[in-house]
Design a protein around this ligand. Structure first.
Ligand SMILES: NC(=O)c1ccc[n+]([C@@H]2O[C@H](COP(=O)([O-])OP(=O)(O)OC[C@H]3O[C@@H](n4cnc5c(N)ncnc54)[C@H](OP(=O)(O)O)[C@@H]3O)[C@@H](O)[C@H]2O)c1
Length: 353
């Protein structure tokens, strides 16, 4: 017989199907169980559309609908109690007469934050919380950042050679294996925006889209404070939504938006990180993937403005080139695995565990 933890893991697996489609909403999965048998399952599939609980209830066959009054609803996140883009899930649970709810995480959103649990309990529903809470929080770490920090979840990502270089100076240098590059495209599909610095844009001429995995492509963002990018650059092809932090360039732009910044600071540098995060927040972009180069990654670290670091370490040696950034002292290794010949490591902030 499946334990509550087994059923919560099933909720997490269902929740993951929403990756890339629901941000800045949380990924949520729900399972309905009656007398040890799953009678319904659902997940939050797209931003603005039905929540996991609604889809789980809808998946129960007409013949089994009466079983809901004896069922347990497992849900990876506290159901909502407010009118957002959809009606409150608490109303649905009460209307269907579901007598018991098991939850991994209380919703950090102040509009919910325990209110649903209180309403359910007040109506006589048994509610158990905290089942695999740490795993649930890790799964939805981007959502927690979005709500608690009021900015996108910042993921710093790079690939480095075995001897610690990002690439040869001034030359596009492939470092990761094709399999690892496919993983990077999956990460792109799951992000809402992707950023590179001026030199990366000039040297690599990246497309920054998701060509090698299922799912959408993120908003492309590039730094070009001095308007140095050639109009022939992929990032200026105007084919997909793109933001350029820099002066407007001549042309009839449909998908490209320019954000001129105030003048350089006395140190000769621009202040742009908080400006960008604010604009991304306004545009409801919940996850920012920063793909380098070293200078840009270093600026996020210097401001201590990062939530996650993903590193692909190859076995090849470059002997010289652009030095890879050093990990912050508060980086805590959370995952490590191999993709083909490369090693993948994921760190989060030690204080976030
Ligand atoms: N292996 C990997 O994962 C990976 C990923 C990305 C890039 N790369 C490699 O890394 C190299 C590029 O890295 P990088 O560190 O040299 O450059 P970068 O981080 O891509 O861009 C840095 C440049 O952006 C501009 N910039 C950024 N912040 C600024 C600020 N606050 N004020 C003024 N200007 C600012 C400056 O351009 P100006 O100097 O023009 O003023 C600065 O030199 C390339 O060789 C690329 O191939 C490797």
């Amino acid at each position: 017989m499946a334990t509550p933890e087994d059923l919560m893991r099933r909720c997490f697996a269902l929740a993951c199907r929403g990756a890339g489609w629901v941000s800045p909403n949380p990924m949520v999965g729900a399972v309905l169980v009656c007398e040890g048998r799953i009678i319904g399952e659902g997940w939050h599939q797209r931003y603005g559309e039905a929540h996991a609980e609604v889809n789980a209830v809808a998946s129960v066959s007409a013949a089994e609908r009466p079983l809901l009054q004896r069922a347990v609803l497992y849900c990876s996140l506290e159901p909502c109690a407010h009118y957002g883009k959809t009606p409150p899930c608490v109303d649905l649970i009460l209307r269907e007469g579901i007598p018991e709810v098991v939850i991994a995480n209380t919703d950090p959103n102040p509009l919910v934050a325990g209110k649903s649990i209180a309403r359910l309990r007040a109506a006589g529903v048994r509610v158990r919380t905290g089942v695999l809470a740490a795993e649930g929080r890790y799964l939805n770490r981007a959502f927690f950042t979005w709500i608690q920090q009021r900015r996108p979840h910042v993921i710093l990502k790079w690939a480095q050679s075995a001897d610690g270089f990002l690439g040869r100076i001034g030359v596009r240098t492939p470092i990761s294996s094709p399999l690892a590059q496919r993983l990077v495209h999956r990460w792109r599909a799951e992000a809402d925006a992707i950023l590179v610095g001026t030199r990366t844009a000039l040297v690599d001429n990246p497309r920054l889209d998701n060509r090698n995995y299922f799912g959408p492509s993120p908003l492309r963002v590039a730094l070009d404070f001095e308007g140095k990018l050639p109009l022939s650059a992929h990032l200026l092809n105007d084919k997909v939504p793109t933001w350029i932090l820099g002066p407007e360039r001549p042309g009839h732009w449909q998908n490209t938006r320019f954000w001129p910044l105030p003048a350089r600071q006395p140190d000769g540098r621009y202040r742009w990180v908080s400006f960008l995060l604010e604009k991304l927040h306004e545009a409801e972009k919940g996850i920012l993937l920063v793909e380098g180069g070293a200078d840009v990654l270093g600026q996020f670290m210097a401001l201590d403005c990062w939530d996650e670091i993903r590193l692909l370490r190859s076995q090849q040696h470059l002997h010289d080139g652009v030095q890879a950034p050093r990990l912050p002292v508060n980086a805590l290794l959370r995952e490590r695995w191999r993709v083909g010949d490369d090693e993948v490591c994921v760190w989060t902030r030690a204080e976030d565990t």
